[in-house]
Ligand binder design. Structure first.
Ligand SMILES: [Zn+2]
Length: 434
């Protein structure tokens, strides 16, 4: 989703995109009302014209002119053929993706209704059930993202709860495909049963509206990580794509991290500034995650992870789930020449290898950001394409055990460690005695 896309380059773009969001939603609502109550096509067209005229350059136009249509595949790029061996390795692993924005796409494009868009059938989105099966997806953190602008409009928590409802409805609607998981042990059991283990991730600390108690409430609804910020600072932590205000975490920000440790919710430091990354690594008693970030040394974007942070991952025990977003994976030099370059699956594998080089094979994973962006690399266009990564890493000399760690073994280990920290913390300080 483009207007979700905190994944653009530059805060101005982000503000412009987010500025358009609530207006777009309300314009859609108005169109919906007009359609249901009047058959006056003239009025309907005027409203559509108004919406396109007002918002087109910001939202609809960018969607229509999406990068994918404009940029040719790099010379010599061929679709990746998956060998028998790569298929065997890929499908015997537990592919566990860190970030998928299908819930927001359902809201923005289908009024959050699985009657409107039935994901058991092929959709125009990046994600649907036939393709996630083809891609070998075994477990997913579904993002319950809401825009950071909701921090100022006062409806961040309510909208986040609505997004959790969308995921709940998906699990109810497709029980043969999805099952809710609460722990790493649940994930292992559900994967063994052939279903997609499903958890949620809150994308941005604005969703808790400065209330520590909401962390437990979100956890109780199935949320297993929270990204500390999205594209804008929150009152207690700096974002990578905003002006630094707190130089990391405030005292309350540290309290948030400790409460997440106590509850057993993973602390996600994608989207935050390097100072916030370091401050979180200093405070967190549990391993942290980057649910969807790549390596800054290869693509010099503020959203990516700097080398000095990658080097701290072994000590922390966490995992960097490499994302596929074009603007974060195309190499710096390529983007200078060709700002709209989509990059390729080979570039994504270069990021994976860089994380392995600096942090180690135990600290890398995948967080595609499917349905969160419009532009994805060649070879990774939708959720059916994950096996290409397995193929390329196999070709580059990685073995089955290493590839299985990347696909899901590492994030499962991190979940187990966070569960242990929570259990110890709750035993030491039971609820009500804190
Ligand atoms: Zn994001």
């Amino acid at each position: 989703m483009l207007w979700k896309a905190g994944e653009g380059r530059g805060a101005l773009t982000l503000v412009r995109r987010y500025g358009g969001l609530s207006a777009l939603e309300s314009s859609w609502n108005q169109v919906g009302i007009m359609r249901s109550t009047r058959s006056d096509w003239g009025v309907w067209l005027v409203i559509c014209g108004w919406a396109v005229g007002l918002l087109g350059p910001q939202v609809l136009g960018q969607e229509a002119l999406g990068q994918e249509a404009e940029v040719a595949a790099p010379p010599g790029f061929q679709p990746i053929e998956i060998s028998e061996e790569a298929r065997r390795i890929h499908f015997s692993g537990s592919l566990f993706d860190g970030h998928n924005d299908l819930p927001w796409t359902m809201r923005a494009q289908a009024n959050s209704s699985f009657d409107k868009v039935d994901i058991a059938q092929p959709t125009s989105f990046h994600t649907d059930i036939p393709r996630l099966r083809a891609g070998g997806l075994k477990a997913q953190f579904w993002s319950v993202y809401v825009p950071s602008s909701t921090a100022t409009t006062g409806n961040a928590t309510v909208m986040t709860m609505e997004q959790i409802d969308v995921v709940d409805e998906m699990l109810r609607r497709y029980p043969e495909t999805f099952e809710r998981a609460g722990t790493a042990a649940d994930v292992r059991r559900i994967v063994a049963e052939g279903k997609v283990a499903s958890m949620m991730g809150v994308e941005g600390g604005h969703s808790i509206e400065n209330q520590l108690g909401l962390i437990q409430r979100f956890y109780d609804r199935g949320v297993r990580y929270m990204t500390l910020t999205h594209s804008q600072n929150v009152d207690w932590a700096d974002s990578a794509t905003d002006e630094p205000r707190h130089q990391g975490l405030t005292e309350f920000g540290k309290e948030v991290v400790r409460e997440m440790n106590r509850v057993g919710m993973l602390v996600d430091i994608s989207h935050v500034s390097p100072a916030t990354m370091h401050a979180t690594l200093d405070v967190s008693a549990a391993p942290v995650i980057f649910s969807h970030s790549s390596a800054k040394a290869i693509c010099d974007h503020p959203r990516n992870v700097p080398d000095d942070v990658l080097r701290r991952m072994p000590e922390n025990g966490g995992v960097v789930m490499v994302t596929f977003v074009s603007g974060f994976i195309a190499p710096t030099e390529t983007l200078k020449r060709e700002p709209k370059s989509r990059g390729t699956v080979y570039d994504v594998c270069d990021h994976i290898e860089h994380v392995i080089k600096l942090a180690g094979i135990d600290h890398v994973g995948l967080g595609g950001d499917y349905d969160g962006v419009t532009s994805l690399p060649y070879g990774l266009e939708d959720v059916s394409k994950y096996p290409a990564i397995t193929q390329i890493l196999l070709d580059r000399g990685y073995n089955e055990q290493q590839i299985h760690k990347l696909l899901g073994g590492n994030i499962l280990r991190v979940m187990e460690a966070a569960e242990r920290v929570a259990a110890e913390s709750q035993a030491a300080s039971p609820a009500g005695q804190r």
